[in-house]
Design a protein. Sequence first.
Length: 341
Amino acid sequence: MQSRLHDLLAERGSLLADGATGTNYFSMGLNAGDAPEMWNVEHPERVARLHRQFVDAGADILLTNSFGGTRYRLQLHHAEGRVAELNEAAARIAKTEAARAGRPVLVAGSMGPTGEIFEPVGSLSPTDGEAAFREQAEALAAGGADVLWLETLSSREEVEAGLKAADGLGLPVVCTVSFDTNGATMMGVTPRSFAEFVPGTVPSLCACGTNCGVGAAEVVACISEMKKIVGDEVILVAKANCGIPQWVDDAIHYDGTPALMADYVHLAHAAGARIIGGCCGTSPDHLQAMRAAMDSIEPAATPDVETIENSLGHISDGIKRQITGAPNTASPRAGRRRRRG
């Protein structure tokens, strides 16, 4: 499917996605445990302000404030009946700020995990999961999203449900998973197995990759592993956390500096990513440094483990074993995904 995303990539070669949602909202008054999606109707000016800050920092892609926008996530806040309202509002706010940019900026409808575990490990049926994603996807499309962006998923079953839900809506689909468990997702999906699964997806993915996880180094290593499988046939996406989270003064802070995130852009691009952004902890200041780094990118060899670790920090033994060809013995764990950003 040709799309505005393909056209913009063809024009620019690589694109900068935005940064964190939740961790930036905390500095704007969001309380721990609150649903950021409610701000789409309660504080739309704050949602618009963060989008505008990311546009001013140089973002080419804005993700909507709808990560927890399925009925399963919203029911935790007694808002499961407001899926259409909150997701349409999220897309409209982002679309308005994108239109004000004075340059092409795309709106990606963020669709995070349901928070439920799919059969056969858990109790959520593929049919019910698909219906929840479809409800959200239709609302994001109605609000004007240019792309449907599944993110921070961890199981093949949930990826398949999200993709089936997106089918037929006429929008390109991006999907990223979180390799946060010693080189695999918490449900045991490795970069290689995800990359091998991608060519047969329906609808065909416009782009795929990884987001969140345990740091920029791990994301770059996972992208390099996926690149071996997909080659130039699939656009790869990297959206790393801004360093490693630390508990400081009764709050979580990420230790990544703008300089580190600039280095990450260069290494992620050399590893094969063509859409690069930031996840948890990534502020507009970080994104501005990432924009400057992207604008200065030159061709470079795929970075090896030593190069990545020297610049960005530790890579898990699990992904190191995959890169070197040794067996991966990571043990998947079950649990609920944390909120993006």
